[in-house]
Structure formats: C-alpha cells, structure tokens
Design a protein around this ligand. Structure first.
Ligand SMILES: Nc1nc2c(ncn2[C@@H]2O[C@H](COP(=O)(O)OP(=O)(O)OP(=O)(O)O)[C@@H](O)[C@H]2O)c(=O)[nH]1
Ligand SMILES: [Mg+2]
Length: 273
C-alpha cells in the first residue's frame, strides 16, 4: 500500500511526464505536407516547369561553350629551331632509325610517325633559315598538335638572340597562342664537350625572351610571320618565365646522332599524338 510519500512521488512523476510531452510537441510540430504542397508558397507544377526549363537552358549553354572552345588541332608536330640545330638529323633518326648526312634544308620535310596503338603524327621539319621559316610556321601553326623546338646546346649562348627571336615569333603567333599546343625544347648535341645543360638553356632563353617581347611589343607586326599582330607572351610587369604560358612546356637533353638519348622526345611525341 502506498503511503502519502508514495502518492506525492506518483503525482510528481505524472507532472514530469506531462511536461516532457509538452516539450516534445513544441519541438516537433506536426507537419501536414499536403497542406504545404497545395499552399501558395509551395512549388506548383508551373514553378517546377520553370526550374526544369532554366536547368535545361543552362546545360545547353554549357554544352555549347564546351563545343566551341574545343581545340581544333590537326596531326602536325612542328619541328623547328635555328639552322644547324639538328632537326633533319633528328627526323631521320626517328623515322628511319639511322643517322644521315644532311645539308641545310630549304623546304619543309613532312614524315608520318607512328605511335603504338595505331595513332600517328606528321612531323614537319621546318628549315631554320630566317628567310623561309616564318612562312612555313604560319602555314602549319593553326593546327599544330605540338611544337618540338631543337636547340644546338653547343652554340646556344652565342646565338641566343636568334634562337629566342624565332621561339618568340612562334609562341606569339595568334593561332599558337590560342591553341597553346605543348612545347618540348630539345637541347640537342649533348655529345659535344661545350654543350650547355637544359637548365642553363632554359634560363638563357627566359632572359632573352623577356627582352625580345619588349622590343617586339613596340612593333605592330610579327616580323617573321605573315604580318599578323603578335600576342604578348607571359605576364605583363613580371620577368618572363615559361610557367607563365598556357602551353605545357618541357625541356630535355639529347643527341640527334645517338638514338639511345632520344627517349624523352619519343615519350613526349606519344603523349602528344
Ligand atoms: N655532334 C653532333 N652533331 C649533330 C647532332 N645533330 C646534328 N648534328 C650535325 O649538325 C649539322 C646540322 O644538322 P641538321 O640536322 O642538318 O640541322 P638542321 O636543324 O636540319 O639545319 P637546317 O636544315 O639548316 O635548319 C650536321 O652536320 C649534323 O651532322 C648531334 O646531336 N651531335
Ligand atoms: Mg634541316
């Protein structure tokens, strides 16, 4: 039998249970979803249609933007650089696997180069002669898939102005600047004792390109090209370095006369193809 203490306890428990129920109801109000859906602030079929329309419109715009901004690259890889750098020797080595006797090129040589898996690129050997190289670069640059720039590592320090001017005219041509194809600089003739390393050549070219873009910037036209206006390369107000370009830029060392040194060039070509 419960005494007066027990009754007191029972009423206290009942009081607490009632309090708890009140709290629970206050926290989780009953939501009538049908009411919400049919209320003026709920989303009716008109609003839903509008949202779907906007999403479809945005997706269409996104698709159009992606389609029009795709790079229209062809199969050509331009092999360029100053005269005597070793471009024709390199092509002969890559295409036939043998060294050849070369003479100064006066017209471009075009050779297909097969990559494993059936893909191929067309290697275009651009003569280094100043009189003709600009027109040939212009002819192929709009669809260039990649640019392989060959430097004579033994003479680059003395010829750096010519080397940088040619590289600048390629990089600042509007079609190359727009497509930003990958650039590989082959520091060739590493078998020659006085050859500079790729690191040194990169520094020399960056310094010289910095000067060339200023002097070329004051001229309206791209001197080596067909008269198209040159695009400013790199970041204005900062010393030029290759990382400022949109193109992927790599440097490697090798010798056109020794096929065992040309691994970086063939791997790069496989990546580009
Ligand atoms: N020591 C050495 N000589 C090389 C190497 N590559 C090319 N040569 C020599 O350099 C000279 C010029 O080579 P080419 O392949 O004709 O040079 P190029 O870049 O085609 O020159 P142009 O056609 O005038 O633009 C030739 O006498 C080649 O034998 C190399 O890796 N090492
Ligand atoms: Mg040649």
């Amino acid at each position: 039998m419960a005494g007066p203490g027990g009754e007191k306890l029972a009423s206290k428990v009942a009081e607490k249970v009632a309090e708890f129920k009140e709290m629970k109801e206050a926290r989780v109000p009953n939501v009538d979803f049908e009411e919400v859906l049919s209320s003026p602030s709920g989303m009716g079929s008109n609003e839903l249609g509008l949202v779907v329309g906007v999403v479809v419109g945005l997706l269409t715009l996104l698709l159009l933007w992606w389609w029009t901004s795709r790079k229209s690259l062809g199969r050509v890889v331009l092999v360029c650089g100053s005269s005597d750098g070793g471009k024709t020797s390199l092509l002969a080595q890559l295409v036939s696997g043998k060294p050849v006797e070369t003479v100064t090129s006066l017209i471009e040589n075009r050779h297909p180069w097969q990559v494993e898996g059936g893909r191929s690129v067309d290697l275009v050997d651009v003569p280094g002669s100043e009189r003709i190289r600009g027109a040939i670069v212009d002819k192929y640059s709009s669809g260039a898939r990649g640019i392989l720039f060959v430097v004579d590592s033994a003479t680059v320090a003395k010829q750096v102005r010519d080397v940088a001017e040619f590289l600048h005219s390629i990089l600042s041509s509007p079609s190359v600047a727009a497509n930003s194809p990958p650039l590989m600089v082959l520091c060739n003739k590493q078998d020659v004792a006085v050859a500079k390393s790729s690191q040194v050549i990169k520094g020399l070219l960056e310094k010289e390109l910095d000067k060339v873009r200023v002097s070329r910037g004051s001229q309206l036209d791209n001197l080596e090209g067909s008269g198209q206006e040159a695009v400013y390369i790199g970041k204005e107000g900062r010393a030029f370095d290759f990382s400022q370009l949109r193109s992927r830029v790599e440097f490697c060392e090798g010798s056109s006369q020794d096929p065992s040194t040309l691994g970086p060039v063939t791997s790069w070509l496989e990546g580009v193809a």
